[in-house]
Design a protein around this ligand. Structure first.
Ligand code: GDP
Ligand code: IMO
Ligand code: MG
Length: 423
């Protein structure tokens, strides 16, 4: 069977975790393909909210096996905490959670390097989650990284030592004071490594290949969003992996001709955490309302998310780059009560009107141009069917569907699993 793909179309936090959880009943395997503990995927059901960072969002379903793919970077310390948080829920990790031997490890010194790199940038910092993502992917592409499979070798601590020593020299090279106690960070790291060794390490590309061959279904779960992609995002204010559809091929070992549906998740407005350009960002009461009603605080770092109107120029770009076949619109409920809504339909780019995402969307180059929509007052959070949705809300949805030329198959009206309208 083909591998379906689910990914974020904006700057992350679109609601991917919720939708993976909603869709897991249709799949045998859920597989994360990139990113690491920079991700925070929220799932809500039975009155409990769960935030997952590295563990795929299918973990709460009995039917599904969850795979952490080769494209993911794993911090054993964060991973152990995640597993411990799930202890009360009696999940059989030994059989339900498999880890690729080719996934790279985030070392404590990767986190320190992330902090040093950000500190030295000062005002120009990326606003990284400080989870060590950039330095770990740098070591991967620099061919210095340590992979999960290395932990099965008796020599792994020696390999670790030589890389950590090199990192210490690099930290010293940065002209910033980073205080740390490597001994205690390492003690925590080694303990976490022993803990995660309880799980099964696999040759994940082979496992996924055999899964497909036997007719089972796979959903690939993306992290971050298309505008944070290392190639197609707002570079350098991006993450260090390919968050777009192609990343699922390299991050799982799935061939492009085996990809089926591509589910693109987007919010009815836009948010961004960290630095970088954001043409439709709001600094007024409307932005404040979106943040407050939408509870827009980072699931990983707790930072306030910047909020703004929906940017259709950027969304069209993400739909194209990913080959999205179905859209899922999240958080429309947050917009209830706005008198008027705006959608950015084109940019004034250095005096010229354009409808595509240009090389740079810095404020000095781009002024967003908007189309206005009448708002709706109704509370959407208790609605369960399309025909109950207010007319003005549906006008908004139908406009987006027409512009994006892709059907919106799910409308989410609240954080809970049940607050999901299938069309
Ligand atoms: P992810 O990283 O894409 O999985 O998204 P996050 O979990 O970081 O952020 C999405 C936030 O919005 C979480 O707090 C979700 O519980 C919440 N959420 C998801 N869908 C909806 C929705 O339709 N309405 C509202 N109000 N909240 C939602
Ligand atoms: P999920 O999967 C939102 C952002 C950071 C920063 C930039 C680089 O929950 O959608 P990094 O730590 O990757 O080096 O940070 O990317 N970022 C995210 N923003 N959601 C995420 O993940 C993110 N992961 C990273 O805020 O601007
Ligand atoms: Mg998130």
């Amino acid at each position: 069977m083909a591998v379906d793909l689910l990914l974020g179309l904006q700057w992350g936090d679109e609601g991917k975790g919720k939708i993976v959880d909603v869709l897991t009943k249709n799949y045998d395997v859920i597989a994360r393909f990139q990113g690491g503990p920079n991700a925070g995927h929220t799932l809500e059901f039975d009155g409990i909210k769960h935030v997952l960072h590295t563990i795929p969002s299918g973990i709460f379903h009995d039917n599904a096996t969850n795979v952490v793919g080769n494209g993911v970077v794993i911090d054993p310390v964060v991973f152990k905490k995640e597993l411990e948080n799930l202890e009360p829920f009696n999940i059989d990790f030994r059989s339900k959670l498999l880890i690729s031997r080719k996934a790279h490890l985030i070392l404590p010194t990767h986190r320190l390097l992330d902090a040093a790199s950000e500190a030295v940038k000062g005002k120009a910092k990326i606003g990284s989650t400080l989870k060590g993502i950039g330095p770990t992917y740098m070591d991967k592409t620099g061919r210095n990284g340590i992979r999960v499979g290395e932990l099965e070798l008796s020599t792994w601590k020696k390999t670790y030592r030589s890389l950590a020593d090199k990192h210490e020299k690099m930290i010293a090279f940065y002209d910033v004071a980073i205080e740390y106690d490597l001994k205690s960070l390492e003690a925590e790291f080694f303990e976490a490594v022993e803990y995660i060794k309880q799980l099964e390490f696999i040759d994940s590309e082979e496992y996924l290949h055999q899964t497909q061959k036997s007719g089972k279904s796979i959903l690939a779960e993306g992290a971050q969003g298309s505008l944070l992609d290392i190639d197609f995002g707002t570079y350098p204010f991006v993450t260090s992996s390919n968050t777009t559809a192609a990343g699922a091929c390299t991050g799982l070992g799935v061939a492009p001709n085996k990809i089926g549906e591509v589910f693109g998740i987007f919010k009815a407005y836009t948010t961004r955490v960290g630095s970088g350009p954001f043409p439709t960002e709001l600094f007024d009461q409307d932005g404040e309302t979106m943040g407050r009603v939408g509870n827009e605080f980072g699931s990983t770092t707790g930072r306030s998310r910047r909020c703004g109107w929906l940017d259709l120029v950027a969304l069209k770009y993400a739909v194209q780059v990913n080959g999205v076949t179905q859209l899922m619109m999240m958080k429309g409920d947050v917009l209830s009560g706005f008198e008027k809504l705006k959608v950015c339909t084109s940019y004034n780019y250095n005096g010229k009107v354009i409808e595509h995402l240009p090389y740079s969307i810095l404020e000095e180059n781009v002024t967003p141009m908007y189309k206005e929509f009448a708002g709706w007052k109704e509370d959407l959070t208790q609605l369960t069917a399309e025909n109950e949705l207010p007319e003005n809300f549906m006008n908004y949805v139908l406009f987006l569907e027409k512009e994006l030329e892709v059907p919106i198959s799910i409308i989410s009206v609240g954080p809970d699993r049940k607050q999901t309208i299938h069309r």
